[in-house]
Design a protein around this ligand. Sequence first.
Ligand code: FAD
Length: 448
Amino acid sequence: MTERRTIGVIGGGIAGLAAAYRLARQGQRVILWERNSYLGGQAAAFPVAGSELEYFYHHLFMNDHDIRELMEELGIGDDLIWLNSSVGFFADGKIYPLQGALDLLRLDFIPLHDRIRIGLVTLYLQKRTNWREFEQITAADWLRRAVGERAFDRVFGAQLRAKFGKRYDQVAMVWFWNKLHLRTQSRTSPLQKEQLGYIRGSWNTLINRLGEAIGENGGEVQVGVGTESIEQNEDGTWQVSTTDSQTVTCDALVATVPSPLLLRLVPNLPEWYQEKLTGAVYQGAVAMILQMSRKLSDIYWLNIGDPSIPFTGVIEHTNFIGPEHYQGNHFLYISKYLDQDHPYLTMSEDDLFDEYVPYLQKINPDFSPDWVSQRWVFRERAAQPIITQNYSERVPEHRTPLHGLYLANSAQIYPEDRGTNYSIRLGNRVARIVQNDIDHGMIGPQKV
Ligand SMILES: Cc1cc2nc3c(=O)[nH]c(=O)nc-3n(C[C@H](O)[C@H](O)[C@H](O)COP(=O)(O)OP(=O)(O)OC[C@H]3O[C@@H](n4cnc5c(N)ncnc54)[C@H](O)[C@@H]3O)c2cc1C
């Protein structure tokens, strides 16, 4: 049997938790450090109205198999529930329901032949299965050609601009295709309503169970403890200094932090790998959550196609998981994806709310700030890696060029879009790689 090794995991988001759980199950001595005062990273939830709610809205698609399997394995498979969702598109002062392909024909703010083109292109993309054919072209170029300038501008282009801002025309078609493809698989037929998954009690049900399972398998989870610096010893092991002044020696490290943070932790990475780490620029996200006495609309997921509105989407959580789970309160996220220098990343919560109110009234003229009993704003700088053309050539490897240092973060998810399912897949994969390297004597003090 190979010797038991000490593996440090940096970051207690979903990828770090999954990696730590697998490594602990494989018999390794695992220490996980999470700098926040809670586990779960971007998927974590906080207490609201007798329940818990994610800082950032979360749901699952039918083909999110890795998370389903993990939940089964952890004995919480029954907590994954599937419910009908409702999607809409706001344009020209009106909410257009988008429940199935036929609804595209009702987008009467563009001429009928444009709607038919959009419908046909959507059906075509849903049927394509090989992502490689969409890798070498941007979504803007492909879609403009497919549906024409006007339809692109009002529908697909509006969505790309709302999510990617000034970088909207750099996003690869593979990203856009993947979104449509995934959503198709959450329906049994194009005419059917979409079903989405949610975790009973919030994503914290999974996060807490993973934390427990790491402990049950002999691992250690330190919350509220950041990794301040890491340095490689002469024998190839790693010296970790933490924010609570511990110094720990590890045989290997798995970093699950966003790429810019890894660059800061390990400035001496070889240049070619640094280039890979800077190869995907991240969009940030700001989510304002409103706790309200009534609903804004009947739609769960409302895409904004009105360029005068400064946010990307309105996600009315309690139109998916009913208000009865939250003591009768309605919860709504106002979602905004943005560039790293956008003022919303630093604007005060009050100013941001004042900024949003007139636009919420555009969506529902009856909306009044009096409906809101509480509100919160959460911000994340590494919310969405922007996937550009031919990204498969630039995905950073899990084994970094430094012996015993591994990376698992959302910039390595490709061709799928980032999400908790794929963070679990990353965690599983990096744990397999580390175990393989242990089995081959590549981890642990080396003779120098
Ligand atoms: C607005 C928004 C909506 C989303 N919607 C969905 C959805 O509907 N469905 C879905 O599946 N996914 C969704 N996601 C994506 C999903 O939440 C993420 O892809 C996933 O949680 C990322 O997990 P991770 O572990 O890779 O990274 P993170 O969650 O970012 O975890 C990294 C962790 O590392 C910690 N850390 C950083 N530096 C240090 C350090 N020096 N020392 C110790 N710890 C450190 C951080 O605090 C963090 O907890 C959404 C994300 C956002 C932002």
